[in-house]
Ligand binder design. Sequence first.
Ligand code: ZN
Length: 428
Amino acid sequence: MSRSLPFLSSLFRLTLWCSLALVMLFAWQPRSAAAQEGPTPRIYEVQAGDTLVGISERLGITPEALMEANQLTNPDLIYVGQKLAVPVVTPSLPAGAITYQMQADETLLSLAAKINVLPNDLLVLNQGMRAQYFALEPEIFIPDLSPAAWPDPILAFRHSPVIIQGQTGVVELVLSHKERPDGFFDQTPLHFFYVGRTTKGYHYRALMPTGALLPPGNYGIKAQVPEATVQSVVPVEAGSYETQYIVLPPDKSALLTPKRVQAELIKLHAVWDLLSERRLWRKAFRFPIGEGFQRTSPYGTRRSYNGGPVNSFHSGSDWGAPEGTPITAPAQGIVVLAEPLDVRGGAVILDHGQGVTSSFWHLSQIDVQVGQRLKRGEQIGLVGTTGLSTGAHLHWEVRVGGIAVDPMQWTHTYFPYAPMAAAQPPAS
Ligand SMILES: [Zn+2]
């Protein structure tokens, strides 16, 4: 994710009203070919509504790298049609990885079988390199599988080396026989799911969601099967979240009575807390509206309503778009809620399986029904400004085990195949 920069704060300090007005003016821009899925382009042409941060995020590079490559001094001074050179990022050694010399006739699958890792992990470590290119590369990255003496039947114990506040982490246990582990991330139960088998063992993974208000610090991970227990520690680092002061018009404020807010939340949590066994997503999530829209409020922004205390954070990512803009499913999912709500307006929730849900608020039209199974990219409804909303926009939130996490991370990470490092036992 983008690191904090002085100019970021000035970008986010735009009031909601200003950004919305800007978006209304510029949002009808067609999808830019350069920003679609596929290999990183060498030149990016600035589209209406683009921001430097938004462009960098979509291209998977840092705003600093983009500014440096184009000798930009002021990130606010980019213009429509400007051609930006996209720097080629030399891959750096990911955490928990080592370099490996490919042998003659070795392929992705033969190598994965030889070193006992899942082929998907090799793809992720090598930043989405296509399977057929592995045989052509002289040197690639593989996980550091330095043997650790874990108690039988645990063969390996790995997890995200660090989690940024608001992001989703991963933990893995490899066992010599098939048996679902359980455990805790701090005080929260871990839900392990079977992800695959290598010649040596059975791989189980759990997601570790962190909310934007989780205090930074070291958090314990504990995983167990009846025969053995293992423990480790993962640092959670501060995200760079701003504070936003929102003033609602009187008729909208009336919606904020604690009783109505509470009743709606109880209904939503019943759906968010679902834990269906099957993982329905098969890729990183697809962004639910087209390219070229302006993000009006990022995930994690701390919020105060009408001068009240700052006691909540923005649970999703807001994108200004004209009323009627189609919203599509970011991944395969089953519709578990589709109805107008008091606070959130026209609402749809998709269950992607294994405790992961996507929620869409403020819709002007709902095109799906509860129980319906949607494919990735199928239409859910239309952007609107129903419920507690100050202008036409899409609010998209992703929850893992009921905890709202940064949805943008899910657009560039194919969970649960995220980089991991060998577990470090807690210092005693
Ligand atoms: Zn929102």
